[in-house]
Ligand binder design. Structure first.
Ligand code: GUN
Ligand code: ZN
Length: 443
């Protein structure tokens, strides 16, 4: 049986052009897009058995992609007053230590994946904790909630609190076990990333061990932090005096390359940018986080010129909200003198991000043959958005979404044609299935 979704469809395409069908229809079979176009043209191809879900005038756009987010920091958002290294020590490491408790790990994972879907995020590249069991629980949660994830166990073997330090060989053994268990699960909805936290908390042996594992298991990823903050850069220089730069530390460990994703990447010289570009590495730009921790400004023009694939990350909890709408807006706001067009913002949040993780043949846009990962948006659900936004021309609609969009306008989220969130049902779910915040405080 086919399902046909009717609505106002907007999407970037692999050919570079955007499509817009104001009275559109998208036909989905077994999670794949079979056809997309004007309802008038598609209507005749449907048979009486086919199901039609009519979203009327609401928008249907590709699901948003969050290229960098920390599940384990959900309950630590909004801890202000310090920059990166103190923030990690004062607030974040204590929050991550709590993940040795399995019930805490379960609650946070469930909250996290539901909130992602509520924010219209269909794929997230997730950083976890050093605890193997808690990471396994996070995978179980992603599996049952239906989100698409690229995720792994956090790796730290030096310069970390005792409770978050796992000796190199043990950490590599644990992460390999999880990779064997989860990489490719549910027909590749779940993919594995080896995630050394960042150079200051990893030995060279651990960094290169992670790189070796990525090579050993095709289709896996490296996901880590890079050059986010000036004090962090000084620390890296002190720990790795023989290396030319932060990028060079990762290069000597073998971490650069296709399927390698580096969050932040603010402080890079021209040689660093060339190394990232030539190796096919990608960047998760996290503007909301860079604002919050006063880390600096992402050099977007230089990175674009080098043709490095870039997408956006919420970087919760340094980004305080799990929202790629907010990341789109902040990506423009944080640039002191440059505008980024709404189309470019949406590209970073969808097809550009899919390209960054080499999944653009499957997701990132609504096109024939791709997976049906999409969200339904009703801008009128947010009271401050003009009722007639969807009557405007395409660029103005996208601009409205970039500057005014948030989770209030997301009415449904689909991954591979399966609905994983519906705003209408959310309230009942909150009362029954969703854990209460008071319960969280006790853990
Ligand atoms: N660098 C190393 N760890 C972290 C983290 O948890 N958040 C951010 N923003 N940067 C980091
Ligand atoms: Zn981060």
């Amino acid at each position: 049986m086919l399902t046909c979704y009717r609505g106002h469809i907007i999407s970037p395409t692999s050919a570079g052009k955007w499509i817009e069908f104001r009275q559109g229809a998208m036909v989905v079979s077994e999670g794949k897009i079979l056809d997309i176009g004007d309802w008038q043209d598609i209507q005749s191809s449907l048979s009486a058995n086919d199901k039609v879900i009519d979203y009327d005038k609401n928008l249907i756009v590709p699901g948003l992609i969050d290229l960098h987010v920390h599940l384990v920091q959900m309950a630590a958002a909004g801890k202000w007053g310090v920059t990166l290294l103190d923030w990690l020590n004062d607030y974040i490491f204590p929050a991550e230590i709590k993940f040795k408790k399995h019930d805490h790990a379960k609650r946070l994972a469930k909250w996290f994946f539901l909130e992602l879907a509520k924010n219209g995020t269909t794929l997230a590249c997730v950083l976890n904790t050093i605890h193997q069991e808690a990471t396994d629980i996070a995978f179980e949660s992603a599996q049952s909630m239906g989100n698409r994830v690229i995720m792994g166990q956090n790796l730290m073997d030096v310069n970390s609190p005792d409770e978050l330090t796992v000796p190199c060989n043990e950490a590599l053994k644990q992460t390999e076990e999880l990779c064997k268990k989860w990489h490719g699960a549910d027909n590749n909805r779940i993919l594995y990333a080896f995630t050394p936290r960042f150079a200051p908390t990893c030995s060279m042996q651990l960094l290169s061990g992670a790189a070796d594992l990525k090579l050993k298991y095709p289709g896996t990823y490296i996901h880590t932090h890079l050059a986010e903050n000036l004090a962090e850069l000084e620390l890296v220089k002190k720990i790795f005096p023989q290396n030319r730069s932060y990028v060079d530390v990762y290069k000597s460990a073998g971490l650069l390359g296709k399927n390698s994703l580096f969050a932040h990447s603010i402080y890079l010289d021209e040689k660093d940018i060339l190394e990232l570009s030539q190796s096919g590495s990608a960047i998760a730009h996290c503007p909301s986080s860079n604002f919050f921790l006063k880390s600096g400004v992402f050099p977007i023009e230089r990175i674009n010129k080098a043709n490095i694939a870039v997408g956006l990350g919420s970087d919760v909890a340094a980004g305080v909200e799990l929202s790629i709408f907010k990341a789109m807006k902040d990506a423009v706001y944080i640039q002191p003198s440059q505008w980024i067009s709404p189309k470019e913002c949406f590209y970073f949040a969808t097809l550009g991000a899919a390209r960054a993780v080499n999944l653009d043949h499957l997701i990132g846009s609504l096109e024939h043959g791709k997976d049906a990962d999409f969200i339904v948006l009703d801008p009128a659900l947010k009271s401050s958005i003009t009722d007639d936004l969807l009557d405007h021309q395409l660029d103005d609609i996208l601009s409205g979404l970039v500057y005014l969009g948030d989770d209030r306008i997301v009415s449904a989220t689909y991954v591979r044609g399966k609905c994983i969130y519906e705003q209408e049902k959310f309230e009942t779910l909150q009362k029954t299935d969703y854990f209460s915040k008071a319960e969280l405080r006790r853990h």
